[in-house]
Structures are given as structure tokens and as C-alpha cells.
Design a protein around this ligand. Structure first.
Ligand SMILES: O=c1ccn([C@@H]2O[C@H](COP(=O)(O)O)[C@@H](O)[C@H]2O)c(=O)[nH]1
Length: 230
């Protein structure tokens, strides 16, 4: 995986989504994230059609269930030839191991979500009643994921150096919560710009609304890619 800008395809309809993709030159390599919004509407046939068009796919289903259910779900997804799949690290050691076992024999990399980038320190303590500093909670969950066979994590770019220190330099840190300087954070709490993410060592950034809701989505993608890649 070559440090991609991953576009979160959070479109309400597939027509709008295909229109966005059709703006790119045919040989443009794109890494696309299909999350719950599009997967619930369009399911596996949509994933398959995008794979057939040559796109790399991050299936962001954030699985979180008992180990047996997660393993059986991962066994099914293992046949889909997607590049990345998410679970929640807070599902625990056995669930993480079960997910990895379910993906055995496939090339799908398993990423564990640490603390959602929409949650800050206040929400962690006041709502989730986790009496830890956010960065300690994130690194704890990252270590749990690493020790139990995940290939990487989802975190804010701000935590990447700490995660790599407690795991390994090769442990993938894919980071949403990306906002170019001119963009509002919206519901994201732990944000970074594309260039900050690059200098903090992110292995890939996930960008949704700054691209999909932009007046000119193609330009927005190109500008973010340029800032990330420079
Ligand atoms: O901690 C997380 C985990 C996943 N996401 C997903 O990434 C995109 C971000 O979209 P933006 O519009 O750029 O905020 C979205 O699909 C989330 O489901 C995340 O943001 N944080």
C-alpha cells in the first residue's frame, strides 16, 4: 500500500458517486472507502462493481460483536478481495483474533478502530466513562490490536507517532479526521491537515466531506492529494 488518499464515498446515491468517479482519467488509481451508509443501501454488488472497475477498496464496516459472529462475517468478506476492513479494537482480544482468523487466506488487511475521531477527551471521560487521557486510551487499544494480530489501526493523525512507538513502525496507521486548513471540523474532534498527517507518519489518510461535499469534488481531491504528497 503506497500511502493513499482514501476517499470516503459517503454519498446518498450511487448515481452521484459514479458521477464523481467518472470525472477522473481512466488510468487514475483511486482508493475508495465504502462505509455503512453506502454498504447498507447497495451492499456487496456495489463493492464488486467498484473492484471490477479496478479501484482499491477499504470496507469500513467497523465490526463489533462476539468473536464467533465476527469470525464468520470476516470469512465471508475474505472472498470479496477488498484491501482493508475495519473492526472496533474495543471488541477485545478474542474478537480481534477471531476477525484475523476469519480473513485467513485473503489479502485483506485488518484495521482496528481505536477511539473514533469524532470523540475528544471530554466525551471519553464524561460519556464513555473511560478515566484515561485520550492518547493513552488510543495507544492502549492500538497495542491490544497489534498484540492480537491486526495489521493496523484507525486513529487520528495526531496519535500516529505514539502508536508506532508502542507497536511497530510497520503497523499501519490510517487516519480519518482530515481537514484542509480552510475546512470546518464539523463533527470531527481530533483533526489534522493532510500535510500534518504526512509529517506525523500516517500511512494513509481518509477524506470524505471535504471532497464529496465540495463545489468541485475533483479539484478538492487533487488539492488534498497534492498537499499530502508534497
Ligand atoms: O474514527 C473514525 C473512523 C472512521 N471514520 C470515517 O472516515 C470518514 C471521514 O469522513 P469526513 O467526511 O472526512 O469526516 C467517514 O466515512 C467516517 O465514517 C472517521 O471519520 N473516524
Amino acid at each position: 500500500m503506497d500511502k493513499p488518499v482514501i476517499v470516503a464515498l459517503d454519498y446518498a446515491d450511487d448515481f452521484e458517486c459514479i458521477n464523481f468517479l467518472n470525472q477522473f482519467p481512466k488510468n487514475q488509481k483511486l482508493f475508495l472507502k465504502i462505509g455503512l451508509e453506502m454498504f447498507c443501501q447497495f451492499g456487496y454488488p456495489f463493492v464488486k462493481s467498484l473492484r471490477e472497475r479496478g479501484y482499491e477498496i477499504f470496507l469500513d464496516l467497523k465490526l463489533h460483536d462476539i468473536p464467533n459472529t465476527v469470525k464468520r462475517t470476516c470469512q465471508m468478506i475474505a472472498k470479496w478481495d477488498v484491501q482493508l476492513l475495519t473492526i472496533h479494537a474495543s471488541g477485545g482480544a478474542e474478537m480481534i483474533k477471531a476477525a484475523k482468523a476469519g480473513l485467513a487466506g485473503s489479502n485483506t488487511k485488518l484495521l482496528a478502530v481505536t477511539q473514533l475521531t469524532s470523540l475528544g477527551q471530554t466525551e471519553l471521560v464524561n460519556e464513555l466513562k473511560v478515566p484515561l487521557k485520550s492518547q493513552d486510551y488510543v495507544t492502549h487499544l492500538a497495542k491490544l490490536a497489534f498484540d492480537n494480530g491486526a495489521d493496523g489501526v484507525i486513529s487520528s493523525a495526531l496519535e500516529v507517532p505514539m502508536i508506532k512507538e508502542v507497536t511497530s513502525q510497520d503497523f499501519l496507521c490510517i487516519t480519518p479526521g482530515i481537514r484542509p486548513k480552510t475546512e470546518q471540523a464539523g463533527d470531527q474532534k481530533r483533526v489534522a491537515t493532510p500535510s500534518q498527517a504526512r509529517s506525523l507518519g500516517s500511512d494513509g489518510i481518509v477524506v470524505g466531506r471535504p471532497i464529496t461535499q465540495a463545489k468541485n469534488s475533483l479539484n478538492a481531491y487533487m488539492n488534498i492529494d497534492k498537499e499530502w504528497d508534497k
